[in-house]
Each structure stands twice: as structure tokens, then as C-alpha cells.
Design a binder for this molecule. Structure first.
Ligand code: FUL
Length: 529
């Protein structure tokens, strides 16, 4: 049942901004209904027409949703990167492609240990560097000699990829691989033949090892022999992946998952998943006419700005698509293992902050944990991961909004606010159209102390929230204690601790009607900056 909230006691500034923004939203929802645009189907991209008004473009933005594979990928939240290869043994971050394969000599290689440690820490997938820039292949490929086959390790019969895949399956983890497009070893690099070579490598990895959940194409691209640069035939790579592993997302230099833009574990304060799709006009026409798929025309570009998806940005776009962020960062200073960095492993608290600023900002965290020369995850990393997991569990195991009373500004049939109080993976609160306010008021079970807010949108309906504030009832009045902009898959905001028994969440700006899956409050296990 919908019960309106008492009107008084919202700070004047908040009221004013709500009035302005929401009056526009009421008009917009009336207009969208009247113009028949409500029937615009949701999909992972929308083309903007030259005659589209700002309102139509905003409406189209609300009809951009993730594909099934993107949804599955996002809900994993945590993926582990494994940088392992010749550079583990040369003790360098960069090679030149001439390294002797026999340097690859792990003495106690055990990916079961990796999978166990990572599973216990909460990771849901491992992405292995099957080939890094130096061109050395961790599987006995038929495309080149530069592989484990040429190492005396296991008399040339070793297959790192196979053993990692097996370990993943045993622990119920998904498997993905990094295959560096840049290849310092391969002679054909920089010529059209290299595209064929690269496709053959992809084909082996996509057919010989069972299901693949993610293919990671690094954007770092150097020169080949004689300073030659490769013209990558990206679209042929994408189509091969779709054909052989339709469930796999293609990340970074691909159409499904974008690089967040830094390697320090930090997503943006406003992290959008609906972005402009920059393609030449002929490609947009083909897409629009249904004569091409996104993978046939997509070209990797630079997605580095601070504002990637605000109204200002999307209203200037020619097309929009679902393009969520992945945050890759290493648990150590380097991507590969170096003994001298054993004391430089990130602390559990640093990792905890990284989690808050990556997963807690609408991104997937891809944390690199490089095995050492034995082929094991080093004890220091194991300890840091274990203690990090404890911080996460202590903070997020139990929230304060549970079996409480909740009142919503409005709700739609089948989507009551009470869905937020129970563990109900499919339930969500959906605000009703026409009311110029979207907010929730919650009575906690007694006075509680908290300093952390978690929100989740139902992204199967797109990304809609543009601004929100959290207020607490303190000494007889509502006081703002936190605010934010985007939510998306998950948003975590921390603030100085407060003690109260009443809170109110005001969603003050949105595209389409807000639909929340989660609204909860926690007490952090450690203070953060
Ligand atoms: C970069 C590479 O150059 C690093 O070695 C590492 O693989 C990182 C994930 O991507 O572009």
C-alpha cells in the first residue's frame, strides 16, 4: 500500500531542487506516455535521430539495458587477474619477445591453490594472461613455438591454461583469458597475416578449454619489427568470439566492458553504464537498419573523460549503448611477481577501500594477484586477501534495514517498497509515475549507529538515478548525512557515523522511474578516508 510521506521538514534547498527537477519529470512522463514512446523496446543500444528532442534522447537512455552476458558479468562483482609467464622468471614487467622459453620453470605450480585462495576471498572468476606482450603462450599452441611446449618444464608437456581451467571448474569459478594483441615475438606482427595468426590463437583458446566468461584485449599496443604497427581486425575477432563463446564478454578493446581509465582501483564518483556510442554514420545506419550487429561495426575508442554519461553528454550523442566499467588494479606495485615487492602487498584496509571505490561505484573489480616463481600465490598476498574478506564480511554480512517499517513516496503494483526489507533477489521497489517526489522513509529497529549506505538499481530496467540524498532524523529534524549521483548496479557511500532510528532516502533526480533492488545501511569494520 502506498502511503504519502508527511510533507514538512525537508530542507528548503532540497525541496526547491526536487520541485524543479521533478516537475520536469512529471511533464516528461506525461509526454512519454502521450507520445507513444512508452513502447520503445529496451535493448543494449539506441540510435538517436537528428530530429529527437532532448526529452526523447533521455527516454532512449532509459531504454538502454545490459545484455544477458553483461548482466551476468556485472553480478560477479569480483574477478581475479593472474599475470603469470616468462616475466615472472625474468623478474621484469617488460620483456622484448626474445626470452628463452626454458626460463619458465615454476617449481611447485599449483593453480588449485590459486583457485582456493581466490574463491575464499570472494572472487567469482579468474582471468589468466594466456599470452602477454612478449608473445610467450601458456598453452601448447599450434600457432608458434614460443610457448610452454618449448620449455623443459614438464618436458614440454605442460599446459598452464588447462590446469587453471580445471582448478576453476573444481572451485566453481568462471574462467577468462587475456590475450595480448601486441606481440613482441611474432614475426608477422605488423602485417595482415598477423590478424590470421591472432584469430587462430583465439580459436584454440575458445574451443579447446570449455566455457570462457571473458576475453580481455589490452589497449597497450607497441610496435613490431621495423617499427610496424598492427592494423587490428577487431570485428573479425569479435565475431569469432561470439560464434564460439556467445556467453563471453569482450573487455577493454571490445564492445561489452570498458576500461575505467586508471590502474589504481578507482572508479568515478559518477560512473555511468549508458554511454555515447561513437561510430561513423554508415555504421550507425547499418545498425539501425538491423543489417549489422554491434560486433560487426564496433571500433574501440578512448573512454577516458571524467563525465561519460551525464545528460549534457548523452544529449549530444548520435547513439547510446550499455558499456559498464571494469577496474583493474594489482595487489602489488607490479603486474608480475617480484620478490622485492613481497613487503609492498596492499593492506586489507587498502583493498577494502578499493572495493568501496570500484564495486561500490558501479564497476567490477579485477584484482591482479600474481603467482610467484614457485607457481603459488605468495603467503603475504594470501594473508592480505583473507583479512580483506573478513573486513568485507564484518561490514556487509548484516545491514540495519531489515524487518523494519518502510514508507515510500509512491510504489507500483507488484513492486512495493517492502521488497527492500527482505532477501528477495527478484523483487524491487518501483516508484509510480506522476508524483513529484521519490523517497523512502525507514524506521530502524531501535537506535543504530552506521556510516555506510548501499544502494542497488534493478539494471535490467537500465540506469536511472541521477542524484540522491540520505537524511537522518537527528535531534528532532531531518539532517542530510550523505549524497551521491549515479547508482547503477551498486553504489556505496560512506560518511561520518550517525546514531538514529529514522532515515530517509530522497531520490532527487532520475531518468525514468527509479527502481531500487537494495537500500541498506552498515557500520564499517574499519574507518576509511
Ligand atoms: C597494461 C599492460 O601493459 C600491463 O602489463 C598489464 O597487463 C595491464 C593489465 O595492462 O596495459
Amino acid at each position: 500500500m502506498m502511503r504519502p510521506l508527511p510533507p514538512a521538514k525537508i530542507p528548503v534547498a532540497v525541496l526547491a531542487s526536487i520541485a524543479v527537477v521533478l516537475a520536469g519529470q512529471v511533464l516528461f512522463s506525461l509526454w512519454a506516455g502521450a507520445s507513444g514512446q512508452d513502447s520503445l523496446p529496451s535493448r543494449n543500444f539506441q540510435i538517436i535521430q537528428p530530429e529527437d528532442t532532448e526529452e526523447t534522447i533521455i527516454l532512449k537512455a532509459t531504454r538502454v539495458v545490459p545484455t544477458r552476458r553483461q548482466l551476468k558479468w556485472q553480478s560477479k562483482e569480483l574477478a581475479a587477474f593472474i599475470h603469470f609467464g616468462l616475466k615472472t622468471f625474468t623478474d621484469r614487467e617488460h620483456g622484448d619477445g626474445t626470452e628463452n622459453p626454458s626460463l619458465f620453470q615454476p617449481t611447485a605450480f599449483n593453480p588449485r591453490q590459486w583457485a582456493r585462495v581466490l574463491k575464499e576471498a570472494g572472487f567469482r572468476m579468474i582471468i589468466l594472461t594466456a599470452k602477454h606482450h612478449d608473445g610467450f603462450c601458456l598453452w601448447p599452441t599450434r600457432t608458434t613455438d614460443h610457448s610452454v611446449r618449448k620449455s623443459s618444464w614438464r618436458q614440454g608437456r605442460g599446459d598452464v591454461v588447462k590446469e587453471v581451467v580445471t582448478a576453476c571448474r573444481e572451485e566453481g569459478l568462471d574462467f577468462g583469458f587475456y590475450l595480448s594483441p601486441w606481440d613482441q615475438h611474432e614475426k608477422s606482427y605488423g602485417t595482415p597475416q598477423y590478424n590470421e595468426f591472432f584469430r587462430r590463437q583465439l580459436k584454440e583458446l575458445l574451443t579447446d578449454y570449455g566455457p570462457v566468461a571473458e576475453v580481455w584485449f589490452d589497449g597497450f599496443c607497441g610496435e613490431g619489427p621495423g617499427g610496424r604497427k598492427q592494423q587490428y581486425d577487431w570485428n573479425s575477432y569479435y565475431q569469432l568470439i561470439r560464434k564460439l563463446q556467445p556467453e563471453a564478454v569482450i573487455a577493454i578493446m571490445g564492445p561489452d566492458v570498458r576500461w575505467v581509465g586508471n590502474e589504481s582501483g578507482l572508479a568515478r564518483d559518477s560512473e555511468w553504464s549508458v554511454l555515447p556510442l561513437d561510430l561513423p554514420e554508415p555504421s550507425l545506419h547499418l545498425l539501425q537498419a538491423g543489417r549489422s550487429t554491434l560486433e560487426q561495426v564496433f571500433q574501440p575508442g578512448n573512454v577516458m573523460g571524467e563525465d561519460l554519461g551525464s545528460r549534457r553528454v548523452i544529449t549530444r550523442a548520435r547513439a547510446l549503448f550499455w558499456y559498464p566499467a571494469e577496474v583493474d588494479v594489482s595487489i602489488r606495485p607490479g603486474w608480475f611477481y617480484h620478490q622485492k615487492e613481497d613487503r609492498a602487498v596492499k593492506s586489507p584496509r587498502e583493498l577494502f577501500e578499493i572495493y568501496l571505490k570500484s564495486v561500490g561505484r558501479n564497476s567490477v573489480l579485477l584484482l591482479n594477484v600474481p603467482p610467484d616463481k614457485r607457481g603459488l600465490i605468495n603467503q603475504n598476498d594470501v594473508r592480505a586477501l583473507r583479512d580483506w574478506r573478513q573486513l568485507l564480511d564484518r561490514t556487509f554480512k548484516q545491514g540495519y534495514i531489515k524487518k523494519t517499517g518502510v514508507r515510500a513516496s509512491s510504489e507500483q503494483p507488484g513492486h512495493p517498497a517492502s521488497h527492500l526489507l527482505r532477501k528477495n533477489p527478484d523483487g524491487c521497489w518501483l516508484a509510480a509515475p506522476g508524483l513529484p517526489q521519490a523517497y523512502l522513509e525507514v524506521r530502524l529497529q531501535g537506535r543504530s549507529q552506521f556510516d555506510c549506505l548501499e544502494l542497488k538499481e534493478d539494471i535490467t530496467r537500465g540506469q536511472r538515478i541521477e542524484a540522491f540524498q540520505l537524511e537522518a532524523w537527528l535531534e528532532g529534524k531531518w539532517v542530510e548525512i550523505a549524497r551521491g549521483t549515479t547508482v547503477g548496479y551498486k553504489r556505496i557511500v560512506t560518511f561520518p557515523a550517525v546514531t538514529t532510528d529514522r532515515v530517509r532516502l530522497i531520490i532527487s533526480q532520475f531518468r525514468g522511474l527509479p527502481c531500487l533492488k537494495t537500500f541498506n545501511l552498515y557500520k564499517l569494520a574499519v574507518p576509511v578516508n
